[in-house]
Design a protein around this ligand. Sequence first.
Ligand code: K80
Length: 448
Amino acid sequence: EIPLNYGADRLGKRYDADMQKFRDNRLGAFIHWGLYAIPGGEWNGKVYPGAAEWLKSWAKVPSGEWLELMKQWNPTKFDARKWAKMAKEMGVRYVKITTKHHEGFCLWPSKYTENTVANTPYKKDLLGEMVKAYNDEGIDVHFYFSVMDWSHPDWRYDVKTPEDSAAFSRFLTFTDNQLKELATLYPTVKDFWFDGTWDASIKKNGWWTSHVERMLKEMLPGVTINSRLRADDYGKRHFDSNGHLMGDYESGYERRLPDPVKDLKVTRWDWEACMTVPENQWGYHKDWSLSYVKTPVEVLERIVHAVSMGGNMVVNFGPQADGDFRSEEKELAKSIGAWMKKNGQCIYGCDYAGWEKQPWGYYTRKGSDVYMVVFNCPYSKHLTVKTPKGTQVVKAALLNRKSVKVVETARNEYNVDMPAQEPGEPFVIKLQIKEAAGVVDKYRDALT
Ligand SMILES: Cc1ccc([C@@H]2N[C@@H](C)[C@@H](O)[C@H]2O)cc1
């Protein structure tokens, strides 16, 4: 290993109560809300199909002109308690809120910039209202924070000249001040999810990313920090130059998931994925017909897929400028919530089972309870289960307790019957297993 000053602060997973809660939460929601919700993907009469929160970039809008949108920021339909009820009904255990996205508009009344909700017709502290409402519903609040700030004169994509260095040093101080402000004003925050940290300017200042992690953990003991913040002494990101994960969980799975067979390495560390419901829209876009929109079952499959590999999943919501949600998102929250109410025990507090992936769906596990979450029903009417050496399936039952037949078909191989009547939606079978202490290998493969 090479010596590093700004590499991983810790080797291996955290097992303290705060990290265990982060892990047990498993299902979260993203809230992407900012000035971009006002134009909703359209600028000067042209609709841009790209991500709506990047409209400033697609339409090449100068910062001054973009920030004019602040004059229109007045979400009259915003009701934090309603938002929190919607999250509760969906069954999310935490919500990640964009405190400031790349555009530089702050949902809290920061005293380090004019670009905040305080200088809009709405005036009030939106972030504070949200934090209180979610916490009152027992939902943890995580802060998304974009380091890249398109509206700050001292932001630099790279640092090449002495002027760049002076400006970027001011920018890092500004950012430190905003982060300290967030940690001080909203001390119940449980996590910081950094974005906008891929540019050379940050990679050349790995020390600062290490300082931010340590500063926030000093101010808020137990807080979790995503790997995306971090760059080491050599600009290596997420995993340091010795291959160790920086931060507390890997945060690279954005709109994609690790392969359940080829990418089992991810089960060695904590990780959190995030996903959009359309192909690629985080902020509100007025026209969702421009890309495929995932059905609730497709969203659910991604949630289960993540948990089956020991990860969390954060499903994105892009509220409208008026503070209400579009109907597709309200329906999605209801639909996922209905399923979670019946089947949540295969998600919350669950982890990677360590069993061989099967075509019918995914395993999750909590202690000695192994869950089969079935998305694909086979014509054979049997669900193949292959257990590790020394592990037997003793019983199987649908979560509503109706048992299903289990027949041992070969060494460590079973046919678990499909339920008698078609469930009509993804369903869960809970397995009772028996794990031999020493691994006794009763059968042997034929000698060929
Ligand atoms: C290339 C690219 C940069 C930033 C992003 C941001 N990360 C997501 C979590 C959203 O905030 C998106 O704007 C997405 C793609």
